[in-house]
Design a protein. Structure first.
Length: 288
């Protein structure tokens, strides 16, 4: 009888609604909704500023930094800035400000990036009255006023490989008649572990309507880079070997297209350097 009563009690207990347990269990807080908006920034010190393999700071140090916004939909906007040298083609200017925006998305190992970028150089003034007008050797067309550049780009990536194509929608850095100049960037990265990384790059540039055979005015070239990085608690140390086959020889009778002066106008007696020759670039940077 005692066994029967015990069995009945156990059976009744298991058949009762679980209202008591439900009432006494602690409430679970709902998971916080993740914001679709992301803001970030970056800052760095560089031994010089190289743009597509060509020195923009007369081989002097550069301070660079920017801010970025991205949305979960893939849309992004950003700004990046660096000091530059007047003699790199920015008369009366010493600052580059880039503004860009586009759409970026990834699907597994694959990625796509499309957008536009505007290169702005405040204070520049290519005024022919002071001998700094930008003149096309092919057409004789002259540009005076502010220097700028506008490009559209499209890029794709797969795992550690990426490719990006840039196409100018106006005169390339205000050089008359160069609309349609383009640049192709092929790059690769490799994670070595423990904060170490390798990166490599090959780029090809075509300057439209500016080249005249093999004359010094030929602006076409190929550039390449091989670098190593080390992440130290968010600070990234980097060293890269950069080279190009750009025409930068500063011969007195036939200076190369990438022979840059330390100031403008580019006249006899002004100091010059080959902005396209090989170099080792050192930097320290941080993203936040």
């Amino acid at each position: 009888m005692r066994k029967l009563l015990l069995a009945s009690a156990v059976s009744a207990a298991f058949s009762m609604p679980m209202t008591v347990s439900a009432q006494t269990a602690p409430a679970v807080a709902p998971a916080a909704e993740q914001s679709p908006h992301t803001f970030s920034g970056n800052f760095g010190l560089f031994s010089e500023y190289r743009f597509r393999g060509i020195s923009q700071t007369y081989k002097q140090p550069a301070i660079q930094g920017g801010v970025d916004y991205s949305h979960a939909s893939g849309i992004y906007l950003g700004n990046w800035n660096s000091n530059v040298s007047e003699g790199a083609g920015f008369p009366a200017g010493n600052l580059e400000m880039d503004f860009y925006g586009g759409w970026k998305k990834s699907w597994g190992d694959w990625g796509l990036d499309v957008g536009a970028i505007y290169y702005y150089y405040p204070g520049t003034d290519a005024n022919s009255t002071v001998g700094t007008a930008i003149t096309s050797p092919k057409t004789g067309a002259v540009h005076t006023g502010r220097v700028n550049n506008k490009e559209l780009y499209i890029g794709g990536s797969w795992k550690f490989l990426s490719a990006k194509y840039y196409h100018s929608t106006g005169d390339y850095f205000s050089q008359p008649g160069t609309k349609g100049s383009h640049y192709l960037d092929l790059a690769a990265t490799h994670d070595l572990g423990n904060g170490w990384g390798l990166n490599g790059h090959v780029g090809s540039f075509k300057l439209k309507n500016w080249s005249i055979g093999t004359d010094a005015t030929n602006g076409d070239y190929t550039d390449w880079k091989l670098g190593v990085t080390k992440d130290l608690s968010g600070w990234v140390l980097a060293a890269s070997y950069i080279g190009t086959n750009g025409k930068g020889s500063c011969g007195a009778t036939n200076p190369g297209y990438y022979c840059f002066a330390n100031k403008l106008p580019f006249v006899a007696g002004v100091a010059t350097k080959n902005a396209a020759n090989s170099t080792v670039l050192l930097s320290v940077s941080k993203s936040f």
